[in-house]
Design a protein around this ligand. Structure first.
Ligand SMILES: [Zn+2]
Length: 96
């Protein structure tokens, strides 16, 4: 019964279409149809996957940048000093 006072109306969270449902205790529907519920679920999942993907890229780039910066710090610049070996971690000592 649409005229039932316990009937409530909501806008679908996915497509915005108003739809009615009984105001039962318990969980309310948030979508006008199963297709919208599925669509919203997929959209949310896709967003989550994109966030996860972005997170992985950020981590990978942060690590890659740290390695690059370390390599650059170990690489001689234009000061003419020889390159340090990969095992050499102490600062270069001035020659006598
Ligand atoms: Zn909908």
């Amino acid at each position: 019964m649409v005229t039932d006072p316990t009937w409530i109306w909501r806008d679908c969270e996915h497509c915005g279409t108003p739809f009615g449902q009984p105001d039962d205790p318990g969980r309310k529907r948030r979508f006008c149809s199963g297709a919208c519920r599925t669509g919203a679920y997929r959209a949310r999942k896709r967003r989550q996957e994109q966030q996860d993907q972005q997170q992985r890229e950020d981590d990978a780039r942060r690590r890659a940048y740290a390695v690059l910066r370390k390599l650059r710090d170990q690489t001689p610049g234009t000061n003419g000093q020889p390159a340090l070996s990969g095992l050499e971690t102490r600062p270069a000592q001035p020659k006598e």
